[in-house]
Structures are given as structure tokens and as C-alpha cells.
Ligand binder design. Structure first.
Ligand code: AHR
Length: 330
């Protein structure tokens, strides 16, 4: 690991009178700050906005950091360019929320060669050598998908539809992103336990509201008996709800179609309160303080856990959503 030189700029001011004691002003110099480059995915969702805000409000000069923030606009090549630029700028730490899981070996080797520790946050990477990064912190996407699948099973059972033929469609996230891969796999594990569930189609909505709406419009044209829509994030669900309503159908607890999603952002609570969304499965975006804690440990020469999962809950319309929303941070 690189060593940062701590320096203190001292300025002495002597006033004219020989009798006056010299005044010393201590100023924080730029090279006292820990420089962190954050290669962010983009700004595709409410979740991502909350995540960016969490980093920007944590990695401030008052907290001893200089943050270099890069928005990759959901493109891996932009993230790779950003990481190379962080290496050139000789930052102290590189943090990456990788758009997709694969294709990172070369650039991580370059960071390792330069002696710059890489911390992964939110999504994971698949690399042959896990010494290429220090650690990862984020949500357990497979578990999120399984929790969602089990919720649908319990809900259908409760509604007396446990044995009914159930038609489902999934609006997936960005293909190859660990949030997509994990949620699809986790939900699929529960689908496999139910012979009467049929997954009619799965298409990517790129984790955006606009694409979620577009995909749902095409599903509604292709299939006239959709019972459940699984949206791999809340924003896709907002688009799907608009498409369902525009097609003259209804959704939510009292509607024709059950809609569930992931993230649990404030707008998802509003959609549940409005009766459009059935449930949302939490993915916590507030990773800024978690990465700060990791960096502090590394600075102190302490070991950090390689894989750090964050606890996550879920919310549905049987709960006191107004009260929960009032306390929600994102
Ligand atoms: O990786 C986390 C996912 O990425 C969130 O579910 C989604 O909203 C975001 O864009």
C-alpha cells in the first residue's frame, strides 16, 4: 500500500512590535487528505442517486477525503477508463461499483501494479484472483430474489391461489450485473419449486423506468394473461405500472396483476400506498459510511472481511407503510 506523506503547513506571522509573540496558523494541506476515486455505474435509478449521495456526503474534505467521482453512464468501458485515470492521478484508494461482473482482470492488475487498493461496493466482480481487490460490501442479491419468490408463494397461498396456474414475466436489470444475475437466480430457485408457476418471458429493462415501461408494453402485447410481474428494481416497476394502466389493466393488491420489485426507495412506498405495487425487497444503497469504515481500517493496518453483506428487509401493503416511509432515509 502506498504511503501518504502527512504534512502540516505552518505559516508564521510576525507583527511589527518586537514585544509581540509570533502567531502560528495551522492549515490542513491537500496531501493530508485521503484521495478516493469512485467509479460509479451511472444515474439510472433512485437507488443509484441515493448511493451517489451517500458517497458524496461521506467522502468530504471535513471528513479527511478528496473524492474524485466518475459517472460511467452504465458503460463498462467508461468505468475502465475512469479506473485508469484514477491510477494516473495516483489516488490512495479506488472504489468500484461494477456495471457487470466480468472483464475486470486487466485493469485491476494495473491498479495492483500501481499499489492502489481497490474496494468493490454494491455489485460484485468475477475475477480468477481475488487478491486483485481488497474487499466487497453490498447486498445479497440471490437472497433478495429468494425472499421475493417466497413472498409471492406465501401471498398466492394466502389468496387461495396456491394451486392455480400462475403466469409470470420478469423485467430484468442490466444483463450481466450481479444485481440482475443474483435476483434472477434467487427468484428462479423458488420458481423451480412450483410446477404451477410459468415464467413466460424475461427481458432487460436496464434498471430504468423508461425501459421498464417499454418492456412491459411489449409483454402486454405478447401475453394476455400475466398474473405476476417481477421487476428487478423499483424504477422498472414504476414504468411497468404506467404500461399496465395505459393498457387498461389494473395492478397491486386489488388489481389484475401482482407487481413486485427490488430496492425499497421512497417512491416504491408511495406506489404501495397508492395501491399499485404489492411489495418491494430492500437493497440498501448507503455504502458511503461502510466504505469509509473499511478505508479507516486499512489505514490503521487492520484486516478487513473480504465479503461484507448488508442486512436487508422487505415491505408490503400489509404493513404500516406511512409510518415506515416517514423514517426512510432514501
Ligand atoms: O446494483 C444495485 C442495483 O442497481 C439497484 O437495484 C438498481 O436500482 C441499481 O441501478
Amino acid at each position: 500500500m502506498k504511503k501518504r506523506v502527512l504534512s502540516v503547513a505552518l505559516t508564521a506571522a510576525m507583527v511589527a512590535s518586537m514585544a509581540t509573540v509570533p502567531a502560528i496558523t495551522v492549515q490542513a494541506a491537500d496531501d493530508e487528505l485521503i484521495v478516493v476515486g469512485y467509479a460509479q455505474v451511472g444515474a439510472e435509478s433512485d437507488w443509484r442517486t441515493a448511493n451517489t449521495e451517500s458517497f458524496k456526503s461521506t467522502f468530504t474534505e471535513e471528513n479527511g477525503y478528496k473524492l474524485i467521482f466518475d459517472d460511467a453512464q452504465q458503460k463498462q468501458e467508461n468505468q475502465i477508463k475512469a479506473i485508469r485515470s484514477f491510477i494516473q492521478q495516483d489516488v490512495d484508494y479506488i472504489v468500484v461499483a461494477p456495471v457487470v461482473e466480468t472483464g475486470w482482470e486487466t485493469v485491476l492488475e494495473e491498479a495492483k501494479e500501481a499499489g492502489i487498493p481497490v474496494i468493490l461496493s454494491d455489485r460484485q466482480m468475477q475475477v480468477s484472483d481475488d487478491s486483485l481487490y481488497e474487499c466487497w460490501v453490498g447486498g445479497n442479491f440471490i437472497k433478495e430474489g429468494e425472499t421475493a419468490g417466497q413472498w409471492v408463494a406465501d401471498y398466492l397461498e394466502e389468496k387461495g391461489r396456491g394451486e392455480e396456474e400462475i403466469n409470470m414475466v420478469t423485467i430484468q436489470g442490466t444483463i450481466g450485473a450481479s444485481a440482475q444475475v443474483g435476483r434472477t437466480e434467487g427468484f428462479g430457485n423458488i420458481v423451480a419449486q412450483h410446477e404451477n408457476w410459468k415464467m413466460l418471458d424475461m427481458q432487460s429493462g436496464e434498471f430504468t423506468q423508461a425501459k421498464g415501461q417499454e418492456v412491459m408494453e411489449s409483454f402486454l402485447k405478447s401475453y394476455d394473461d400475466i398474473d405476476v410481474v417481477i421487476c428487478e428494481n423499483d424504477n422498472e416497476a414504476f414504468g411497468a405500472i404506467d404500461a399496465i394502466k395505459a393498457a387498461g389493466k389494473t395492478c397491486g393488491p386489488e388489481g389484475d396483476i401482482i407487481v413486485i420489485s427490488f430496492d425499497s426507495v421512497k417512491a416504491a412506498f408511495e406506489a404501495m400506498i397508492a395501491g399499485d405495487l404489492n411489495a418491494t425487497f430492500e437493497c440498501n444503497p448507503l455504502h458511503g459510511p461502510r466504505v469509509d469504515e473499511i478505508i479507516k481500517k486499512l489505514e490503521a493496518g487492520e484486516e478487513v472481511e473480504k465479503i461484507q453483506y448488508v442486512d436487508e428487509a422487505y415491505f408490503d401493503t400489509s404493513m404500516d407503510l406511512e409510518a415506515i416511509l416517514a423514517e426512510r432515509a432514501y
